[in-house]
Design a binder for this molecule. Structure first.
Ligand code: CU
Length: 154
């Protein structure tokens, strides 16, 4: 597996960053219109993944062929492996997270408050986002509160 080459070198560094803070409730969690109807569509049992229950806050499966920037992420035994802790992108870039995980998770981009479902059964999960505002956006695995990477958008 190609990711294996750099996995070892970055493991300790990345692991040390996981203490930087878990996903909090500091961000406004918009309540979707469907919540008002109390129709109990809470079919998932994914813990905090219920911050988002409509398509407007959900990342879409996106082909890496369409990406301006690909962020490769591997999540094994609770440890995140990435090439960089911070990825610089330009506003409007199509970013695709390429994620391999040994556990079902939810990736959460803070600031823009987008989430994407990561399935352990898939060889690779490709989830796309486009950020139109500048700033630094922290990306975490939501269920475990594990820091993944920061997006520096200029
Ligand atoms: Cu989060």
């Amino acid at each position: 597996m190609k990711i294996g080459r750099w996995v070892g070198a970055l493991g300790v560094l990345v692991a040390s960053l996981t203490l930087l803070g878990a996903c909090g409730s500091q961000e406004g969690r918009s309540v979707s219109a469907s919540d008002g109807s109390h129709d109990h569509d809470h079919s998932h049992d994914h813990g905090s993944s219920n911050i988002c229950n409509n398509d407007s806050c959900r990342m879409q499966a996106t082909s890496p062929d369409d990406a301006d920037v690909i962020v490769e992420i591997e999540f094994r035994n609770g440890v995140v492996y990435t090439l960089k802790n911070r990825v610089s992108i330009t506003s409007g870039d199509q970013v695709v997270f390429s994620i391999i995980s040994d556990v079902d998770e939810v990736i959460h981009v803070h600031g823009v408050d987008l989430i994407g479902e990561v399935l352990s059964g898939d060889p690779t999960n490709y989830l796309g986002i486009r950020v139109d505002s500048s700033g630094i956006f922290k990306v975490e695995f939501e269920n475990s509160g594990t820091f993944i990477v920061e997006l520096l958008v200029s």
